[in-house]
Design a protein around this ligand. Structure first.
Ligand code: EPU
Length: 338
């Protein structure tokens, strides 16, 4: 847990953007984290905790203290005939945790296969994909308060989970480090294959009675065909959230754009896929020098190598403006822009 200065973060964000941190350190236990937080040189500084750095866009150097969560470990806490409660360290890679669950035949996270990032970052934005969200399997987390170093527990209700939202992105933003998460996984599985693409992929795979491993394989296949691998092309997954709009506005838009897709949210609101809106505005596959919009999924902005964060941010602003003009809908970034 050495404290390093003037530290290059390029390898620590999946966008692969160059930016330096004034101080950087990695911790592997709650005790190490508490010691680091007490160092006098970092105490007054702004702090940023990195998981996999998969939901971040640096637009300048970070004049503060970047901490990397390296807390590992996966253990079964308790179990009964139907369920198992598993505690995972915040620094575990999310997909490694999914693989552990699949190996032990514990269900609930198979639809969340291959999401980049760490276990500790997953609750912050309530990661979700293909009809499942983290909150569906979440029991409790432990987090360290950055100011006091005290350890606090948060249950499902206290986390105030929403669509890509939690209390840690709102009221408690920047105040806590998630050090471990307890999940409630199943031994007798209820599969969620309602998402169209999963059904089609399982049919293509000629699987008639899918297991959780089959569902995971289908999800991996879909993701790999649509989403760029951050190891090859810098990106942070969906750059924007899918906007929720009033049903009335949606009905008006449908007159003009009969093909507009939607998912119901409530009796008065629907969600519209931002990827569709972006594609309609002609941005899909657009390349501007060394960055652009991904060719298979317009929701993903990409860095082909050497792009500057401020340029990617400008591209995001231009996309937001053009969608507002054409559809009267304002997109909001999902990625944390720093
Ligand atoms: N679409 C287009 N053009 C595009 C992309 C999408 O027309 O370029 C249309 C598709 O045809 C489809 C609809 O938009 O009708 C939905 O597309 P997709 O199934 O790819 O899902 P999404 O709504 O674009 C969301 C999540 C993804 C998650 C998928 C699957 C958000 C912001 N994104 O994308 O999450 O993997 O659903 O559940 O909610 C992430 O958060 O980083 C992420 C990748």
């Amino acid at each position: 847990m050495t404290l390093q200065t003037d530290f290059q973060l390029k390898q620590y964000n999946t966008f692969g953007i160059e930016a330096k941190a004034r101080y950087f350190a990695r911790f592997e236990s709650v005790g190490e984290l508490q010691q680091l937080l007490q160092l006098p040189e970092v105490q007054p500084l702004e702090k940023l905790v990195l998981g996999g750095g998969s939901n971040l866009l640096f637009t300048k150097d970070f004049d503060g203290f970047v901490l990397q969560n390296g807390i590992k470990g996966i253990e079964v806490l308790r179990e009964n005939e139907e369920e198992v409660y598993i505690k995972a360290g915040g620094g575990e890679t999310w997909h490694d945790f999914v693989l552990y669950a699949l190996q032990h035949n514990y269900g609930g996270v198979e639809n969340l296969s291959l999401i980049p990032g760490t276990v500790g970052a997953a609750p912050l934005q309530n990661i979700g994909a293909y009809g499942v969200e983290l909150k569906d399997v979440f029991e409790e987390l432990e987090a360290v308060h950055l100011q006091t170093g005290q350890v606090h527990s948060f249950d499902n209700a206290t986390c105030k989970f929403g669509y890509r939202e939690s209390i840690f992105k709102n009221d408690l933003k920047g105040q806590y480090v998630v050090t471990s998460v307890i999940f409630r996984l199943s031994k007798t599985h209820t599969l969620n294959t309602s998402y169209g693409a999963i059904k089609t992929t399982l049919e293509e795979m000629q699987v008639q009675h899918p297991s959780i491993q089959d569902v995971s394989a289908a999800v991996c296949h879909i993701r790999q065909s649509k989403l760029p691998d951050p190891k090859q092309i810098g990106n942070a997954g969906s750059f924007f959230k899918n906007p929720e709009i009033p049903l009335q506005l949606f009905e008006q838009l449908r007159q003009q754009f009969p093909g507009i897709p939607s998912y119901p949210v409530s009796e008065t609101t629907v969600k519209v896929p931002a990827g569709w809106l972006i594609e309609q505005c002609g941005w899909k596959g657009k390349v501007i020098g060394n960055y652009g919009v991904h060719k298979n999924q317009a929701l993903v902005l990409v860095n082909y190598g050497g792009a500057k964060g401020e340029h990617v941010r400008q591209l995001a602003f231009d996309i937001i403006a053009s969608i507002e003009e054409k559809f009267g809908i304002r997109l909001h970034p999902e990625v944390n822009i720093l």
